[in-house]
Design a protein around this ligand. Sequence first.
Ligand code: AMP
Length: 294
Amino acid sequence: MEIINRRQRMSSVARKIRREQDKSVGLVPTMGALHEGHLSLVKEARQMCDIVVVSVFVNPTQFAPNEDFAHYPRDLTKDTALLTDYNVDYIFAPTAEEMYPKGYSTYVNVEGLSDQMEGVSRPGHFRGVPTVVTVLLNTIRPDFAFFGQKDAQQALVIKRLVKDLAFDTEIVVLPTVREDSGLAMSSRNTFLNGEEREAAKVIHRSLVKAKEAYKAGERNSGKLIELVRKTIETEPRARLDYVQVSNAENLERVEKVEDHPILITIAVFIGKTRLIDNIQMNLGAKKKDSLVKV
Ligand code: AMP
């Protein structure tokens, strides 16, 4: 395994693999501090592709001012050990200056999908994400790029980006990996103390309650939202940022769960740590191959 820090080296290595060796390349973009969620993407990439590249880059442009960019967990030594175990071929770990050299001034914006939820709560987030993914895809030109359903809005934004800008990369979205408690794995979980980790279980629990209500026949989005809100309120350490019931394909809000697959997305502060999660339902309606069952 080689660790590459330079964009130029990364693109020449990837070009060589494609042209001279005619091998397929899979990219797993991450911000490091790897956990089982990331590793599930790596495992799938390893199965599907000849060569696997994992990028480890805490992307400054996707953090809003006052967010946790400076404190975001970083441990490249541990990440490297994990990725060695998973037989990864290359780690691409550029510096911010390497990704955004002096004079950098091009940003990518995916309209519509970005203008809600994470895009509202985290101003600039969805300017930074498609921008960094564009630079990564252009540098590496992977056949496949792997993303997690944990960040459901991000996955839809990236799929739109790739379609609209005609990237020759297939986006693969994989299910959310959870702890036994149901808590979605996240690098930010390392910020939680013991009590907060207990409290954070309420996030998934609230979504499961909504899904159970749906299974029992509830179709009114307002009622499902209320149920999630009430469940979150039972936990004093939790503060709801938003909860939304949307059409899972285009994120348009829906009043009623009817003829579309549905996504309930949620963001919750546990103490100072902001965590997101989501759950899908009504997948039988106009089921699309692109949807992942979770
Ligand atoms: P991050 O390092 O948080 O930017 O995440 C990198 C990739 O891993 C993104 O595509 C995430 O959606 C994905 N990911 C993060 N957590 C999980 C999880 N618990 N299960 C599955 N994928 C995840």
